[in-house]
Design a protein around this ligand. Structure first.
Ligand code: UDP
Ligand code: MG
Length: 354
């Protein structure tokens, strides 16, 4: 698995990868945690063991690691567990957000606060196959600034979720957002790529959509998604729908264009029907008593189209509204280390400067 090669046939990486300086480097592993009291005791030992071995392995240049657990405003024992683990293991650090900001914002908080040479993001439930990290590290050493985990089967998802995921990726493509299919938020980013991401100041973040706009040599790393180690799924249906909508509105103005297109289509249709009626009335002297259907149906139809259009417009206006407020993307309440607190303060200052 860890053969250290970048696939030159991969359209995203072909001709781009160059070996970088042969320096040892450190990794930060960012993990958003929301109500993960059950998963963390399983996950953390696995992480410590895996990265410990990776650091000891002379086959790579990874020289050290730190796990940053971001508590996304959990109301269970997640934070006490994180702080206890941070006390026990020097490699574990915690960042506590002041409330539940959502998966994307929690991950972003970790990314903005991390300061290692490479930063790896993954979920708290070990669904992202940790073995794939070895491939990501290899890709980085081979010159990729981004290594994206792509799941090559969805057997652990329900068929409903699988179907909606496929439809969603297709829709996003259609809308012109260049997202990598089946890539969620399991990825490695180099310092350089992360610094580029820091230049994006939007409040409504949809990381997997932003990442392809960064550029840089990219490598796709394939993995099989595992079942959750413990606990329930933290992504409620509502959160998923919100994520999907944010993904579309933050990346595409296609729905706005479709409104105009729909309007034009309906206008043309109405013209044709009107001409037809005129023809029937004057030329054929037909029985064109304007009945109930021809009055009420167009009214309902137009009413529907208008409401739909206003709704789509509203989604975008709402986005503009939220963005212009420039509210903080996350708020840190507490960290387990002074260095992380300083990074968090630095990021807060940066965000105030816009
Ligand atoms: N998560 C979070 N904030 C939320 C919801 C989820 O930080 O509001 C985290 C959660 O702890 C986990 C990751 O996001 O580490 C993915 O969540 P989950 O496994 O529940 O969803 P899945 O992607 O597997 O459907
Ligand atoms: Mg999960």
């Amino acid at each position: 698995m860890d053969d250290g090669s970048v696939n030159q046939n991969d359209p995203l990486t072909a001709g781009l990868a160059k070996p970088r300086a042969h320096d040892p480097y450190r990794a930060d592993i960012v993990i958003p945690c929301y109500q993960e009291e059950e998963a963390l005791p399983h996950t953390v030992p696995v992480l410590l063991d895996f990265f410990g071995k990776l650091v000891a392995d002379p086959g790579n240049r990874l020289a050290g690691f730190r796990v940053i657990l971001v508590d996304d405003g959990s109301s269970d024992r997640t934070w006490p567990i994180i702080s206890a683990m941070a006390e026990r293991h020097p490699e574990i650090e915690g960042v506590k957000l002041s409330r539940n900001f959502g998966h994307q914002s929690a991950m972003l908080a970790g990314l903005m606060i991390a300061d290692a040479d490479v930063v790896i993001t993954m979920d708290a439930d070990l669904q992202d196959d940790i073995a794939a990290v070895a491939d990501m590290i290899a890709a980085y050493e081979d010159g990729s600034h981004l290594a994206l985990g792509v799941r090559n089967d969805r057997s652990s998802d329900s068929t409903k979720k699988e179907g909606s995921a496929v439809a969603y990726y297709r829709l996003m493509r259609l809308m012109g957002a260049n997202i990598v299919e089946n890539h969620a938020d399991f990825r490695l980013m180099s310092r350089t790529a992360l610094d580029a991401l820091k230049q994006y100041r939007e409040v409504n973040v949809f990381l997997r959509g932003l990442i392809p706009t960064l550029g840089f040599p990219v490598k796709l790393v394939y993995f099989k998604r595992n079942p959750r180690v413990a606990g329930e799924v933290k992504y409620t249906f509502r959160k998923l729908v919100r994520l999907a909508l944010d993904g579309i509105t933050s990346f595409s103005v296609m729905p706005l264009r479709m409104i105009a297109f729909l309007g034009a289509l309906i206008f043309a249709g109405t013209m044709i029907v009107t001409l037809l009626f005129l023809y029937l009335y004057f030329a054929e002297r037909g029985e064109v008593v304007p009945g109930w259907a021809s009055t009420v149906l167009p009214m309902l139809f137009l009413g529907g189209v208008q409401l739909l259009s206003i709704g789509i417009l509203g989604e975008y206006v709402g986005m503009v509204y939220l963005e212009t407020k420039r509210r903080p993307r996350f708020i840190v309440e507490e960290t387990t280390s002074r260095a992380l607190a300083e990074n968090a303060a630095l990021e807060a200052r940066r965000s105030m400067q816009g």
